[in-house]
Design a protein around this ligand. Structure first.
Ligand code: SF4
Ligand code: SF4
Length: 116
């Protein structure tokens, strides 16, 4: 789930409808604090006057035990993966993007799977 802060006009609808999912940041824009796709979050998305809320129903399954540390995902999708101290990839953001699809395709051990 994401809020496009460039679009958000700070009307507060999402924050009052789904306070478990959204809150205001210091700039008066809504941010996601909980990624659970609740009924309230869906309603907030419908009520947003500027269509700033995206609810992603696809999920990324990351099986770290399979990782052999080749680094493909880290270089293709650095916003989503980084190396941990053991030289294995770690998922730092599960948002879906084209880069995550590419990382999933590039991973030689099928550690990154996108559930559609
Ligand atoms: S409903 Fe939309 S415009 Fe209003 S605060 Fe939430 S994200 Fe921003
Ligand atoms: S692409 Fe796969 S094997 Fe390579 S670092 Fe990422 S998760 Fe590990």
């Amino acid at each position: 789930m994401k809020v496009d802060s460039d679009k958000c006009v700070g009307c507060g609808a999402c924050v009052s409808i789904a306070p478990e999912n959204f809150k205001f940041n210091d700039e008066g824009k809504s941010v996601v604090i909980n990624d659970s796709i609740t009924d309230e979050a869906k309603e907030a998305k419908e009520m947003c006057p500027v269509d700033a809320i995206t609810i992603e129903t696809k999920t990324v399954e990351f099986i770290q035990e399979r990782c052999i540390g080749c680094g493909a995902c880290v270089s293709i999708a650095p916003e989503n993966f980084k190396f941990n101290d053991e030289g294995r990839a770690e998922m730092i953001d599960s948002s879906i993007s084209d880069e995550v699809y590419d990382a999933s395709s590039a991973c030689p051990v099928d550690a990154i799977n996108i559930n559609e």
